[in-house]
Design a protein around this ligand. Structure first.
Ligand SMILES: C[S@@+](CC[C@H](N)C(=O)[O-])C[C@H]1O[C@@H](n2cnc3c(N)ncnc32)[C@H](O)[C@@H]1O
Length: 233
């Protein structure tokens, strides 16, 4: 029996449509332009808890591995959307939070939260992040972006590049995305090249009511040799 309310059903439908866009930047930007004002409400309707998990994982990684106080950690929220992750990060004591998103309207919502130092729109993670210098961030987080129809596994390389050596990337992958893309193959390729090292993975964690996700923590190695000493995935 279908016990979903009409708004819950509509929210699931919108999410499904977004998953069918094959990474087409024009269509994704168009969809999110129209979705920006209702996005947070819809995410509550589908039981989206990814932002809490990613932010808390980032907090644990910072406490465990990164020296200095939390409010001095430079953190990038890649595909920040309306800022759901940034709000959680701020609640946990992070203060130097930058964000970017393909959609200018979503980034504007993120700016309105007041928790971001900078939140830029029109940035496409399926291409080079040419306006972002290498090794700019201690931590990079990415939630709900490595998902069906959005950003391909190749986007992980740029996230590693903008993160400093011995910094970390925390990312979610919707379970069906991990199963149907070459995400784990990309991890192995990047590990072989010394670009990143998988440090932790919370598999099958809660994400949205209808599907779980895997939550990854990657370390950006100091140099190639140290990456090859780590156990392989
Ligand atoms: C499901 S939302 C997640 C937003 C936010 N990270 C969160 O967890 O609430 C996916 C976001 O990815 C953005 N996006 C989609 N394709 C992108 C791309 N190629 N580059 C950057 N952002 C992209 C969308 O505009 C949207 O804001």
């Amino acid at each position: 029996m279908n016990t979903l309310t009409a708004p819950e059903q509509a929210a699931r439908e919108r999410m499904k449509v977004s998953h069918g866009l094959n990474g087409d930047a024009v269509r994704l930007a168009h969809l999110y332009r129209g979705w920006a004002s209702d996005f947070d409400l819809d995410q509550a309707r589908v039981g989206y808890c990814g932002p809490s998990v990613v932010a808390e994982l980032a907090g644990a990684v910072q406490t465990a591995y990164l020296a200095g106080s939390r409010n001095e950690i430079a953190i990038l929220d890649a595909g920040c959307g309306t800022g759901l992750v940034g709000v959680e990060l701020e609640r946990l004591g992070f203060r130097l939070i930058d964000g970017f998103d393909l959609s200018e309207e979503m980034a504007e919502k993120a700016r309105q939260t007041g928790v971001y130092r900078h939140a830029r729109g029109n940035v496409d993670l399926n291409g080079p992040l040419s306006d972002h210098a290498s090794a700019s961030y201690d931590l990079t987080v990415c939630c709900g972006v490595f998902t069906l129809g959005h950003v391909g596994p190749a986007g992980l390389r740029e996230l590693a590049r903008v993160t400093r050596p011995n910094g970390f990337v925390v990312a979610s992958t919707r379970k069906s995305y991990a199963e149907t893309t070459s995400f784990e193959g990309e991890i192995r390729r990047l590990q072989d090249e010394g670009v990143l090292v998988p440090a932790q993975c919370l598999r099958n964690g809660r994400y949205v009511a209808e599907e779980d996700a895997h939550y990854w923590v990657f370390r950006v190695p100091e140099e190639k040799a140290s990456a090859q000493e780590e156990p392989r995935l």
